[in-house]
Design a binder for this molecule. Sequence first.
Ligand SMILES: Nc1ncnc2c1ncn2[C@@H]1O[C@H](COP(=O)(O)OP(=O)(O)OP(=O)(O)O)[C@@H](O)[C@H]1O
Ligand SMILES: [Mg+2]
Length: 461
Amino acid sequence: MDETTHLRLLGFIVERLEVGILAVDRQCRIVLWNRFMETHSGRLLDAVQGQNLFDCFPELPASWLKRKIDSVFVLGNYAFTSWEQRPFLFRFKHNRPITGGVDEMRQNCTFLPLRDASGEVKMVVLTLADYTDTALIQRRLQAAILESETERRKQRALLRRLQGAKAQLFQSEKLASIGQLAAGVAHEINNPVGFVTANLGSMERYLGDLTQLIGAYDAAATALPAAQAAAVQQIRQKLDYEFIREDLTALIKESREGLDHIRRIILDLKDFTRVDQDGWQAADLEKSCDSTLNVVWNELKYKAQIVKEYTHPPHPECIPGQINQVLMNLLVNAGHAIGDQGTITLRTGAQAGEPREVWVEVQDSGHGIAAGDLKRIFDPFFTTKAVGQGTGLGLSVSYSIMRRHGGRIEVRSEPGQGACFRLVLPVQRTEISDQSPPDGPDLAGEVSAEELLALEETDGR
Ligand SMILES: Nc1ncnc2c1ncn2[C@@H]1O[C@H](COP(=O)(O)OP(=O)(O)OP(=O)(O)O)[C@@H](O)[C@H]1O
Ligand SMILES: [Mg+2]
């Protein structure tokens, strides 16, 4: 094939390539313009040849493109720009045969220096390749990745909520079984304490009788012969009879006090756990405070002075065992917040208005709660205590219990100023919604049990 034929063939191919090809001279006048450019710009070669590129296409990014072309003229290098950095140079339409939609054509562009025989760059050739399909596929791919990432994030959030809910359930069940165990033990101890108390009463009476009898013997001993009287006296002194007689009375008195103490503990435990009267009932919140306080007294007695400001409000309908659990969490937290010495104030009151509500407050003079933590203290597992000292479940369980009661739990605190937790309960039992209020820990939310189980299975794999 001679050179002319070869060149004509090449020209023919270039004309039909699905790639835009144009060339400009040093003044940016258009020198070359292939059919692709004619078709997409709507301008024929005759209309643009010899014209300044930027005059013909004012929509081009003139200063950027001029700099690019100039640099190819000066440096004689090859340059490239991809649709990802600069979506297009020429504002061409891209027809999508399948959807029938029309998009801006995304273009990958190359800049090639064209030299003469002396090596001087005489023209810069620009090629434009249509990358719209690739761009669309990439856009869809990115949307799919984003969607699956959102889905994964949702699943992780659901799993966290499932774990929180499970932990709460576990904690509530643990507390309930501890309560049952304590009530069982209290019940079992009650019987022996009963007969020990009765026996002690009999012993006290017998002791009186015996003392009386010994007194009579004492009176009769004066009639004994001297040797026998001395032997009796010796035994008396050896055994320290006078001491025994006095000490026996004191021992019985102390034992009776001890038994009374045990009986009070049993009553408090029974009152606290309320297993014998489970279920909804009108409960005296002040009695609940007192019995709970007795149960946790051991934790508080060396550090907290207790102040009671009771106003005898109406008795709300509730499950007293559960309210006692909440009170216990609050009292233990208050004890922990107080360093060496402090005060815990228990207050009760009634709120005017409808529905009628009663409240009980547990206020302490402890270290208080930082503003940033206030929003999080009801979240499951939120704790500021050292590892092993707090699970961070006390308040979240308390929150759930109050919610199930149609009531709420409020808190006010400032660092260094102590904290005050208020439990508010409707006097009349109300319908309890399953929806979590917007400001509370969202444990169940709108997730179904099936969804959670499915998620857990996926996670386990
Ligand atoms: N009275 C209070 N004073 C100061 N901070 C408190 C008080 N009550 C609760 N907090 C803060 O709230 C956090 C959460 O309390 P919560 O009772 O839920 O968990 P915890 O006491 O840390 O652990 P546990 O599960 O053993 O109760 C505590 O770690 C503490 O930082
Ligand atoms: Mg706690």
